[in-house]
Design a protein around this ligand. Structure first.
Ligand SMILES: [Fe+2]
Length: 453
């Protein structure tokens, strides 16, 4: 696909719009029923919903719509026909999700199941809608909250329309940093976002529940577009989702659901996918498989997970886009090449990725931007794997201590999002900084904006 097409595909929020939106900060503050105490972020949310109500409500209802405290869409099953919806609210609100195809008259309903939000009085209401139309647009509203949103299912095929999503990791040292990169990613109107760990930096600690509130506030503020469409998010576990970061720091570690939940209480409660055992594969029809892995945080890299990975990759050799996502980098740009987890991933996962024809893997954790040379058998090789990372969505960036390593091809100490376009057999990756400028592109297109080879 030509780069010009990539850059002009349904641009959504220009910087003028962004400043307009920011100008509303401090506007009407709306809170859910029964809730007191609002943050500045809630004020932003209130401002944004006013805009949406003016344009998004099909009945022209200009009543200020109330919103839940958090809204998170993801998938546990086929993203072409299902949608998993979480909303966070005070207890004793309605459990009913209302939804209908855009343009339909009648609302359908489905009851959500309440779940505990760890160390919080909030309740997670969760349900998965099934039997949806591929590539369909749906309106929905949740519980007692009035605001109407939209979601899209993913298309059943990838030949006529490109699929666009954003990738990155290490999302929230500060809410403002997270929101800035979110807004840049939204300019490409992604079908979804995938984040490879270190999400809220709460480290499983009860006293850091507020960091999760900020994480979900950032999503409410910036990942719902002007038409009310909520962008689904697929997450992966990182060290900051887990107490002490790594399972080898727990002498009593056992590989059970109960233990994983104990050391990563938020991660397993807050996200419907991957859920237990902490890694999983999300298949989008027959053209994309996201392989979400746990790099020694709540599951060992080796053993059961590696055996599972071998099976998953073998079963998907005919899938044109198989994209692994994990937190610790096999080929790090800041940390040491010889580090423990780095070595374990190269020992146990990389040979499988190479054997099964993986073209690109997403890595995180180092708070930099890096693109490796294609690597196979520990050497630069034309038919090798490109490793893209390294987790600098919304965190303080680091220098490239190992930027002169043999495998590093591109490096920048910049916050960024990776905009991925899949079309037929083609893959394209556009790396965009938090300020919206293109810092790299792979593969390079003629006269592309990324730096030349
Ligand atoms: Fe990390």
């Amino acid at each position: 696909m030509p780069l010009s097409m990539l850059l002009t595909r349904r641009p959504l929020v220009g910087f003028a719009g962004l400043f307009l939106l920011l100008g509303f900060v401090g506007g009407a503050v709306l809170v859910p029923k029964g809730c007191s105490g609002v943050s500045e972020a809630a004020g932003e949310r209130g401002a944004k919903q006013e805009e949406t109500d003016a344009t998004g409500n099909e009945n022209g209802d200009e009543t200020e719509a109330q919103e839940p405290l958090g809204l998170f869409l993801t998938w546990r099953r086929d993203p072409t026909t299902t949608m998993s919806v979480d909303w966070h609210a005070p207890d004793a609100t309605s459990r009913t999700l209302h939804y209908k195809p855009v343009g339909a008259e009648e609302w359908r309903t489905q009851e959500a199941t309440p779940h505990n939000f760890p160390y919080s009085a909030r309740v997670i209401y969760r349900t998965t809608l099934t039997g949806l139309e591929p590539g369909g647009s749906y309106r929905f509203r949740v519980g007692d909250f009035e605001r109407r949103y939209k979601f899209r299912t993913l298309p059943a095929e990838n030949h006529t329309e490109p699929l666009v999503f954003a990738a990155g990791g290490d999302t929230r040292h500060r809410q403002s940093l997270m929101e800035r990169t979110n807004r840049v990613a939204m300019q490409y109107e992604p079908d979804f976002i995938v984040w490879g760990g270190d999400l809220a930096y709460a480290d499983g600690r009860p006293d850091r529940v507020g960091r999760w509130y900020e994480f979900f506030d950032a999503i409410m503020n910036t990942l719902i577009d002007d038409d009310g469409r909520v962008v689904p998010i697929v997450v992966c576990i990182g060290n900051h989702e887990v107490r002490r970061g790594y399972l080898h720091r727990h002498d009593d570690y056992v590989q059970t659901d109960e233990f994983r939940e104990r050391i990563a209480p938020y991660f397993y409660a807050l996200f419907d996918f991957p859920g237990q055992p902490g890694y999983g594969v999300l298949d989008v029809a027959d053209y994309l498989s996201l392989v979400i892995l746990d790099s020694d945080h709540s599951n060992p890299v080796d053993g059961a997970q590696t055996e599972w990975l071998a099976e998953v990759l073998a079963e998907r050799e005919d899938v044109p886009h198989v994209l692994p996502v994990y937190h610790v980098a096999a080929y790090p740009s800041h940390r040491s090449y010889g580090g423990r987890v780095q070595r374990r991933i190269r020992e146990h996962w990389v040979p499988l990725l190479e054997r099964h024809g993986i073209r690109v893997a997403f890595e995180n954790h180092d708070h930099t931007y890096k693109r490796t040379h294609p690597i196979r058998d520990g050497e630069i090789s034309g038919d090798g794997i490109i490793y893209l990372g390294d987790g600098a969505w919304g965190v303080g960036t680091r220098e490239g201590n190992s930027s002169d390593e043999w495998y590093i091809n591109r490096f920048a100490s910049k916050r960024h999002a990776i905009i991925v376009t899949l079309h037929g057999s083609h893959q394209h990756f556009l790396m965009v900084s938090e300020h919206g400028d293109v810092i790299d592109e792979y593969p390079q297109t003629p006269h592309g904006l990324g730096r030349g080879e």
